[in-house]
Design a protein around this ligand. Sequence first.
Ligand code: SME
Length: 159
Amino acid sequence: MYDFRIEAADKATLYADLASALEGLVAGEPDGIANMANAAALIWESVPDLNWAGFYRNIGGELVLGPFQGRAACIRIPFGKGVCGAAASTRQVQRVDDVHAFPGHIACDSASNSELVVPIVRDGKLLAVLDLDSPLGARFTDEDEAGCLKLCEILASAI
Ligand code: SME
């Protein structure tokens, strides 16, 4: 049994603790789906004010729903479409303070108001994106972005 209780006082500590927990969880496990599933669970349990946390995988140039926590979501997203598709086609982090103002945003859960999507790239190939949704407006800050980039760096060699 894994019993991670991450209750950090500030975001920098939260993401440092999350990164070391994730490193421990994926160590020695070659199955990428299992590692994404544990990463989604860890983030969901530890990062406050989320209504969705999970992955879309790059399957033949299309994003396909991967392991996640939250409500059932749209299964396939073309590159370039919505926030996840923008992250996949540009390979740039997408931090959206108000998803309703984002052209082409895909509303999987009407409770979502802000979103952070981080591409996961290994050897020049886009493997997946990490997608976090929040019911709060402008929920994600520079610290969330830096923390999630670190988590995705760990996952780049574990999925
Ligand atoms: N809102 C996303 C779609 C995925 S869900 O949020 C889980 C988007 O616009 O890409």
